[in-house]
Design a binder for this molecule. Structure first.
Ligand code: PBG
Length: 321
């Protein structure tokens, strides 16, 4: 036999030499939840994750940073009383997110702080944009998203990450930021964000599920591939610095497609439902958590992701140490 592929697998040393994809703590963005008050509260549907106080958030982010995780993205649990149909709290400069950004940048200036741009945590309708007669308004929503992005830039954020899927928002946010002297603030666009049942636990964590209807008129149909290419071309033209595929595990073909289509870095988000599936199977004793987490994340990187958002980021950084 001329060809014995097993020779390249014969020892750990050889396998290390020929390995194509190596996960690193530097690949990760760690998503974290923040709430008002002093309590760090467990999230029932996301075992191991908490809604942190600002102090708790700073502590957790600093620990992750010390382990080599370069970035966090933060999501707010907003008091129901502050929610209204126009989501005004989204651009309150004294709101939870701007205060959290300032606290993070003060405590850990080198940490890359990313914020989510969308109205769902602030909007009494639970949608990413404004709702009128059951319809999600596009251009009116984009105006508010620009105010939100500017508010976060003024608080000192490194990257804003529009997750709303409104048309034209990347160009509008870029223009707003540049006009106010924030040319250095980057845009990580949720380019191919699919209307997915895997977001369930996240919406529970923030109490941000739509009060009526679903998100299918703005998030993408999970049956479509070519549409993700169209979104990527638009985001690139509009000035995105990085583009994202979300969810990740069931969308590896989309990650590969965008990697081949675009010259921008590709991020992929292993979302709350993906996290919960692994956590609950491991808790029942049916799966080896560490092994499955490393396999799932290596698969996402192998498909083409340069950056991975994962609730396992800190654990992985610890394991890789
Ligand atoms: C909000 C947003 C969502 C997620 C990230 N940003 C929820 C949604 O679009 O309904 C989901 C993240 C996760 O499930 O881990 N626009």
């Amino acid at each position: 036999m001329h060809h014995r592929p097993r020779r390249n697998r014969k020892s750990a040393g050889i396998r290390n030499l020929v390995r194509e994809v190596i996960l690193s703590a530097h690949d990760f963005i760690y998503p974290l939840f923040v709430q008002e008050g002093d309590a760090n509260e467990d999230i029932a549907a996301m075992p191991g994750c908490k809604r942190w106080s600002i102090a708790g958030l700073v502590q957790e982010a600093s620990e992750a940073f010390a382990l080599g995780v370069p970035a966090v993205v933060i999501f707010p649990a907003v008091d129901e009383k502050l929610k209204n149909p126009t989501g005004d709290e989204a651009w309150n400069s004294e709101g939870l997110i701007p205060r959290a950004v300032r606290a993070l940048k003060t405590a850990c200036p080198e940490l890359i702080v990313i914020t989510d741009i969308a109205l769902d945590p602030y909007n009494s309708d639970g949608h990413d944009g404004l709702v009128e007669d059951g319809k999600i308004l596009n251009d009116e929503s984009v105006e508010i998203l620009c105010k939100q992005a500017l508010c976060h830039a003024e608080a000192g954020v490194d990257i804003v990450s529009p997750s709303d899927m409104m048309d034209g928002r990347v160009a509008a946010i870029r223009k707003t930021l540049d006009s106010k002297g924030h040319e250095e603030v980057s845009i990580l666009s949720y380019t191919a964000k699919y209307a997915s049942a895997y977001y369930g636990p996240f919406r529970g964590a923030l109490d941000s599920a739509p009060k009526a209807g679903d998100k299918k008129t703005y998030q993408m149909d999970y049956a479509n591939v070519r549409e993700s290419v169209r979104e990527a071309i638009l985001d690139e033209e509009e000035g995105a610095d990085m583009i994202m595929v979300k969810p990740a595990g069931a969308y590896l073909d989309i990650i590969l497609r965008l990697k081949e289509t675009s010259t921008l870095p590709i991020a992929a988000y292993q979302v709350s439902g993906e996290y919960l599936m692994i956590k609950s199977a491991a808790k029942a004793g049916w799966l080896d958590e560490k092994a499955v987490v490393l396999e799932s994340l290596t698969g996402i990187k192998r498909a083409g992701a340069d950056i991975i958002l994962s609730y396992f980021a800190k654990d992985v950084a610890g394991w890789l140490k």
